[in-house]
Write a protein that binds this ligand. Sequence first.
Ligand SMILES: NC(=O)c1ccc[n+]([C@@H]2O[C@H](COP(=O)([O-])OP(=O)(O)OC[C@H]3O[C@@H](n4cnc5c(N)ncnc54)[C@H](O)[C@@H]3O)[C@@H](O)[C@H]2O)c1
Length: 338
Amino acid sequence: MNKLKAAIIGCGAIYRNHADALVDSQFAELKLVVDINEERAKQAAQDYNCIYSTDFYKVLEDKTIDVIHLCTPHYLHGVMAKAAMKSGKHVFTEKPMSISTKEAKEMIKDSKEYNRHLAVCFQNRYNNTSVKAKEILEGGSLGSIKGVKGFVTWYRDENYYTESGWRGSFSTEGGGVLINQSIHTIDLIQWLAGGITRVKANVDTRKLDKVIEVEDTADATFVFNNGSHGIYYATNCYSTNSPVEIEIHCEKGMIQLKDEQLYVTIDGKTELVASDKIGNNKYKSYWGLSHSIHINNFYRGVIEDNSEYYVTGEEGIKTLEIIEAIYRSSAGHRWINL
Ligand SMILES: NC(=O)c1ccc[n+]([C@@H]2O[C@H](COP(=O)([O-])OP(=O)(O)OC[C@H]3O[C@@H](n4cnc5c(N)ncnc54)[C@H](O)[C@@H]3O)[C@@H](O)[C@H]2O)c1
């Protein structure tokens, strides 16, 4: 089988998760890496035995490239995805798909107009624990959902923001702890519990208010499609990156996702039913291990022209809509309907 040829744009902290997934994929081959920082691009090309460029738009002229991976700062995802699809490339973008729902909608429209596949990197949906949690909830053994809890308590210091050219400002990052760190947890909550219809929330910059304009802390109350409520808290102001906690309280029991393990409690008995802990994780543990699965699924989806294999733009925008509702709710001190 002829493998699809990929280019990765942006060779910063996350690109290796994409490059390693491509090296391991039976469907894809990494042909090119791009970074405006030539040293980074050169090093990445050397590490992955491919060619490099510093010019994204020039790469779009290369007819042999089938897929563009966007590992660039948030504000570039929308504009780069649209240009790539217009040039005939399929796009696998890192989260968030854009910094605005308006642009995200245009991306979805472009993917239809140019008949290109568009995926958003919510890789944690493919974690063992997430897949099992979804299966249990949909299986119905726990009854309907009564409440949901999501906690993200992480640590980002001043240097994390000042050493980056794009983090910490609305125009380039699009937000703070919501759109960058805890976006995966909002996505998992809304996906597992079947969609959010209403939001009341607060956002604030508590610790780094002299350094960043975006929020470092947010809390929200959600109403889900089935009428149940959810509570959510996210902060970058803790002293370490604690494991994310998600709890789903159901009529007949409870699901708890914590410390990369999934526990189910039913009739007072708690059992470990799935785990994402493996001995040899070379990436940051809180990024999860599922980039490879999601990326390989995406290529299969492109080859079979079936978007059910991956997280589509239509799925990716849901979390962005919730985040925008959180900002609007906080600004207006009121409930927002989605
Ligand atoms: N899915 C996850 O779990 C996860 C984890 C970390 C980061 N991310 C996402 O990955 C993306 C990148 O994050 P990062 O931490 O790697 O950022 P980074 O700042 O470390 O890397 C970004 C790279 O993009 C390059 N770049 C900037 N403008 C460019 C342009 N016009 N053309 C080509 N290259 C350009 C920069 O030089 C830099 O090397 C973000 O969207 C981030 O939210 C996702």
